[in-house]
Ligand binder design. Structure first.
Ligand code: GLU
Length: 294
């Protein structure tokens, strides 16, 4: 099977160092397997989007030498595919409309377990949830090994379409990874606890489960996860080499192994030569990165 990987940023702000690690890590893995690397813009949550962020992210990635091998996929153009998937789940009895409010779920620590507490209402729109059976869903992460989650106990029946009418990330990502023939998902470990939900959805929709590789999280000096919302450690498209070197170092490729390189493309080319998935650290690490221009 040909290797197909992807990088799937949400346009909720500027790319930060953690996004760069996921982009570079997924790119290196695809290149080292002679595979394709595809960018997918996950713009399915308009209230959280920042105007112009998607185009700026794509321009920043290009400045780092990271260009999609195929046309960029935009999730806002994929609504019909998500609707069709939800219809299949509903028709099969695997998804259901739910009018429960947050306070309805308080007694169960915010988790939804069938049956619903709230009655159906003609006055307001429901959320749609996947019915989660009492199973443990597991997978073998390429880097982290066996990961398992008892889905009913820890997640409950989860939302696949929100009250506001937006499709949930969990559903969209599964539909798109399948439609794009993604063979391995490489992303940050902050999404590790989404993977069992995605595997259950793949099973319900009859999709193959790709391989998964979760990269270590980049933490700021205070030990917090970087996020686009607080624009922690934004990366500078005008001066890509220092951040690219820091991202490669973070992925187990220290500068000493890569030699001098005058452009991001040359640095990435050197990195492919020595990339070794087993050299990627397995736990979260503080980002060692100089700020500003060098
Ligand atoms: N869009 C998600 C994010 O930016 C990543 C989705 C994924 O890689 O599965 O956090």
């Amino acid at each position: 099977m040909p290797y197909r990987g992807r990088f799937a940023p949400s346009p909720t702000g500027a790319l930060h160092f953690g996004s760069l690690v996921a982009a570079v890590g997924s790119w290196l893995r695809a290149r080292s397997r002679n595979g394709a690397w595809i960018i997918r813009v996950e713009d399915l949550d308009p209230p959280r989007e920042v105007a112009g962020a998607a185009q700026r992210q794509l321009a920043t990635l290009a400045a780092f030498g990271l260009v999609s091998d195929e046309a960029v996929v935009w999730q806002h153009e994929r609504q019909d595919a998500y609707a069709a998937a939800l219809r299949r789940l509903v028709d099969a009895g695997d998804a259901f409309a739910c009018w429960c409010s947050r306070s309805d779920l308080q007694a169960s620590a915010g988790l939804h377990r069938s049956p619903c507490i709230a009655a159906p209402s003609a006055d307001r729109a429901p959320a749609w949830r996947l019915r989660v059976p009492d199973v443990v869903v597991g997978f073998d992460d390429v880097l982290l090994g066996r990961c398992e989650q008892p889905l009913a106990a820890e997640v409950g029946d989860f939302v696949v379409r929100r009250v506001e009418g937006y499709y949930a990330y969990q559903l969209a990502v599964v539909v798109d990874d399948a439609a794009q023939g993604i063979s391995e998902v490489v992303r940050g470990a902050d999404l590790l606890d989404s993977t069992p939900r995605q595997i259950l959805l793949q099973q319900r929709l009859g999709f193959a489960t790709p391989a998964y590789l979760h990269l270590p999280l980049a933490l700021d000096a205070a030990g917090r996860k970087l996020s686009k919302q607080d624009s922690a450690l934004p990366i500078d498209a005008a001066d890509p080499l220092p951040a690219l070197r820091a991202a490669l170092d973070f992925l187990g490729l220290p500068a000493a192994r890569l030699g001098p390189a005058g452009t991001p493309a040359a640095l990435l080319a050197a990195a492919i030569e020595v990339f070794d998935v087993n050299a990627i650290p397995r736990s979260a690490a503080i980002v060692q990165m100089r700020h500003g221009r060098s």
